[in-house]
Design a protein around this ligand. Structure first.
Ligand code: ADP
Length: 643
């Protein structure tokens, strides 16, 4: 039969494995046993509802066989097995799940220590074997197939015999060379040690031949005429793993480090999680949970491809790989397992959604995750910031989509960039640092910090010494609009036309200025027409001649957001911001405008249009007619007396 070729990236991984100088080659056993265990999980799940499997829960097992003469190690399971197509698909290419990240890392470096950091799967067998044979019979199939490969040259798949459903992987262990002791993987002692070390919690029994000693009669008699006893070795097949899943073990039985290692392997993450949460709940509903809060978001986290959900077990039997009902949407980044003896084994997915016990568990887990995050925020702010950079957006979505209903728990977890301290802070920190005189929580929305730090509207707030939260995520403004207030302090955009900053005197002065200049302001409004809702003079502007603010609920940022979402580029009136052009009466430009208004209306009109364009620029938008704007500015420069 013709040899099939490995896909190119798989070939590289394979080469890396074959030539590995990695010192912990022993992890290959962990990988193969974990695959076997997954395969059994799958068939066991089917057997709950399908009598045709013909196996009881106690019948499932993993077996190790050693043939020292042939130098082979065989790992056998009675799990779901693979068809010829599956052998081709699963073992011919690098596996989809964990290995993708591995692949990316591999492209960056040739570091071998990345091998040990997380599951690298089936190919790790080639670290210790010169040839690998996989004989498999899929559940529901009558025929079996053998996949065989000696490395990068490719592999063959040929029909063969196998009496029972499952998979048998035989490794032809490499000869000892270059100071490497491969023979150790044929030794009972080593295999036993490795199972204990890496696979002890695997819930299916892992059987192997174990050497024992017993006393037997030798056939001779001692001086007193009693039969003489001698020690004799014999072997017995025995399950060598303790089979208690890691999540069923207490802190003294499984250290945090062990849990972290379990997480990295199981969920294919190279980084330690920021938190490990263990739950041992007894009561109305008893369950155990082992949850992890990752540090970085998987590359597909904010896409439809990301699969959320916790693994759900009933007394150690996997009943659902991804149960999404166990956690609210805003905590969908949490990974882990939940195991409850109170859940019925053959419960259907539909029924599960309405399951009362499941709801109780979900409520508790939400509380646990929240309090864990809170704790992290208080005890390790740096770590929390790392977490927030990865998953803060998800928390914000949570606030907006629940219309603020989950606000009590979630708002405390948010962080925003503080312009004063130049780092992410919590809303509580902001409020706590507010001086007595400050009424509102000020915020400014924009594309980036750079731009926001130069926002003219912010000047007056900053002059008072008040902090401003710079919001740079598109969703941020919706978040503060949903929250309305925090710890009884209202949110207020610095681009709002009422910042609550002006004193009575200033207000009076503004009104006077307004009255005094009413003619000019009417002229400005007339000139700009529908572009603005109003023109006014503002005592709060400092160094700039003009700025744009808004009245009513829609801000410029929100308008921009709606605009970017609209299909035909047009906006309904309710999504349009009510713009207010504010003029600074103290600025020399104002004087020039005033004079022009009195003596030369045509020039005054030009100035008004230009000032409006300037206000747009300051607000981070383009002038409506860039060509006209450029011409106006150019002609102004041309009038200069420096020529
Ligand atoms: P991963 O386990 O990360 O998916 P592997 O390379 O270890 O990657 O395995 C690839 C795939 O081959 C598995 O996802 C599984 O579908 C299949 N597979 C591996 N070993 C077995 C087995 N013993 N029984 C059934 N299927 C298996």
């Amino acid at each position: 039969m013709a040899k099939k070729q490995f896909k190119s990236e798989s070939k590289r991984l394979l080469e890396l494995m074959i030539n590995s100088i990695y010192t912990h080659k022993e992890i290959f056993l962990r990988e193969l046993i974990s695959n076997a265990s997954d395969a059994i999980d799958k068939l066991c799940y089917i057997s709950l509802t399908d009598d045709k499997v013909g196996l009881d829960r106690d019948d499932f097992r993993i077996d190790l066989f050693v043939d020292k003469e042939k130098r082979t190690l065989t790992i056998s399971d009675n799990g779901i097995g693979m068809t010829a197509e599956e052998l081709d698909k699963n073992l011919g290419v690098i596996a989809k799940s964990g290995s993708r990240q591995f692949k990316q890392e591999m492209e960056k470096s040739e570091e071998f220590d990345i091998i040990g950091q997380f599951g690298v799967g089936f190919y790790s067998a080639f670290m210790v074997a010169s040839k690998v044979e996989v004989i498999s019979r899929a559940y529901g199939a009558t025929e079996a197939n053998m996949w065989s490969s000696e490395g990068v040259d490719g592999y063959t798949i040929t029909p063969c015999e196998k009496e029972t459903v499952g998979t048998e992987i035989t490794l032809y262990i490499k000869p000892d060379e270059d100071g490497e002791d491969y023979s150790t993987f044929l030794s009972e002692h080593t295999l036993r040690r490795l199972i204990k070390k890496y696979s002890d919690y695997i819930r299916w029994p892992i059987y192997m031949d174990v050497t024992k000693s017993r006393q037997v009669e030798s056939g001779e008699k001692d001086e007193d005429g009693n039969p003489k006893l001698v020690w004799e070795d014999y072997t017995e097949r025995e399950a060598v793993n303790s089979r208690i899943p890691i999540w069923q073990r207490t802190r003294s039985e499984a250290s945090d480090e062990e849990c972290v290692a379990f997480y990295k392997e199981k969920f294919h993450d190279m980084e330690d999680p920021v938190s490990v949460i263990r739950v041992f709940a007894e009561g109305a509903v008893s369950y155990k949970a082992l949850l992890f809060i990752p540090k970085t978001a998987p590359y597909d986290f904010y896409t439809r491809d990301y699969k959320a959900g916790l693994e759900l077990y009933s007394s150690g039997v996997l009943i659902m790989e991804r149960c999404e009902d166990l956690l609210p949407e805003h905590y969908r980044f949490v990974k882990g397992v939940v195991d409850s003896q109170d859940l019925s084994l053959n419960i259907s997915r539909e029924m599960l959604q309405h399951d009362r016990q499941l709801k109780v568990i979900a409520q508790n887990l939400e509380k646990k995750v929240r309090s864990e995050l809170k704790k992290l925020q208080e005890n390790d702010p740096e770590k929390y910031r790392d977490f927030f950079k990865s998953f803060g957006l998800q928390l914000k979505y949570g606030i907006v989509t629940s219309y603020g209903m989950g606000r009590d728990g979630l708002a405390d977890l948010l962080m925003f960039y503080s312009s004063k301290t130049e780092k992410l802070i919590t809303l509580h920190d902001y409020v706590a640092a507010m001086p007595e005189s400050q009424k509102y929580i000020y915020y400014a929305c924009g594309e980036n910090i750079e731009h926001l730090s130069r926002l003219p509207q912010a000047e007056a707030v900053r002059e008072k010494g008040y902090d401003i939260l710079f919001l740079t995520d598109e969703i941020d403004e919706f978040v503060v609009k949903t929250l309305i207030s925090h710890e009884e302090k209202e949110f207020r955009s610095v681009t709002s036309d009422d910042l609550g900053l002006v004193s009575e005197e200033e207000k009076k002065a503004a009104e006077e200025a307004q009255e005094k200049n009413q003619g000019l302001l009417d002229f400005v409004k007339e000139t700009l027409g529908d572009k603005i809702a109003a023109a006014k003079v503002t005592p709060t502007l400092r160094s700039h001649p003009v700025c744009l603010t808004t009245q009513g609920p829609v801000s410029l940022e929100m308008e921009r957001y709606y605009q970017s979402r609209s299909t035909n580029g047009e906006l309904l009136p309710m999504f349009k911001a009510q713009r207010v052009l504010e003029l600074n009466p103290e600025h020399s430009v104002f004087e020039v405008l005033k004079n022009a208004y009195k003596t030369d209306k045509a020039t005054a009109e030009n100035y008004v249009k230009m000032l409006y364009d300037l206000s747009l620029l300051l607000a981070g938008m383009a002038p409506e007619d860039p060509v006209a704007f450029t011409e106006q500015v150019s002609s102004l420069i041309a009038q200069g007396k420096h020529g």
